[in-house]
Ligand binder design. Structure first.
Ligand SMILES: [Zn+2]
Length: 149
């Protein structure tokens, strides 16, 4: 039995419960097209009402991505929640489909490294004339990394 399947009887008899899962990232790697899934943790909370079972989940994923600005590799953590209602559930509830759906939406399509982004590429492709009216001119006025004195 895989670890994403839960017995409806057990959920009902305990009037809901919480659990934490540490799925192997290999199983979900196919959902990440431009970054690499390194690790994954999922917590799920089941609650029971008349005929439904509600599952609320939290997903944390660590990925290795390539910065879309400076092409540097970096690691970062992603976080998301999901909620699914199972109406008149049969013997078992399988949360893998909703988990896959959630993960598929989590991958950043234009990842940018969180610190020390090298702007060489930005400068290279920005207009060479002064740059005041270039598409990135607004970025030059933004204070990215200056420490307060
Ligand atoms: Zn970068």
């Amino acid at each position: 039995m895989n670890s994403f399947v839960f017995k409806t009887d057990k959920i009902k008899s305990e009037r809901g419960f919480k659990c934490s899962l540490k799925p192997s990232p290999e199983k979900f790697r196919d959902l990440f097209s431009i970054s690499e899934l390194l690790s994954l943790s999922v917590s799920a909370s089941f609650s029971v009402s008349d005929r439904c079972i509600l599952v609320e989940g939290e997903v944390k994923a660590a990925i290795r991505a390539e910065c879309s600005r400076c092409l540097k590799k970096f690691q970062t953590e992603l976080f998301d929640r999901f909620e699914e209602v199972y109406e008149e559930p049969c013997d078992e509830i399988d949360i893998e489909p909703v988990l896959r759906e959630t993960l598929a939406m989590m991958e950043p399509q234009k990842p940018v490294c969180p610190v020390e982004c090298d702007e060489t590429f930005l400068k290279k492709y920005a207009p060479s004339h002064d740059g005041e009216s270039g598409p990135f001119s607004a970025l030059k006025k933004v204070d990215f990394g200056k420490k307060e004195k």
